[in-house]
Design a protein around this ligand. Sequence first.
Ligand SMILES: [Zn+2]
Length: 107
Amino acid sequence: MVVHMRHTRSHTGNRRSHHALKEPRFSVCANCGEKHIRHQVCAHCGQYKGRQVIDIAARTARKAERVERKRRELGEEKKANEAAEKKASAGEEKVAAPLDAETLSKK
Ligand SMILES: [Zn+2]
């Protein structure tokens, strides 16, 4: 059975009148003076209500280490790729460069 009920624009608008997003509320951190979201730990110093919750220094150190490791891995991968490409280009004929928009439009 199908429910026959006209869904007017007015009804839709009334329903959606409550869908607006509220802007986040900020408080000033008592420790470092940075703004942080209310009832949440300060992202700048890692304190909440005068208590150290997150070790920010350790976290940034970890992140830097992770980035460095990733960069090293990528660098090695790049070298390996270049070596493989050199081998391929030496063995095969030159592969045509990918067509850009200008050359395609001429054709
Ligand atoms: Zn803080």
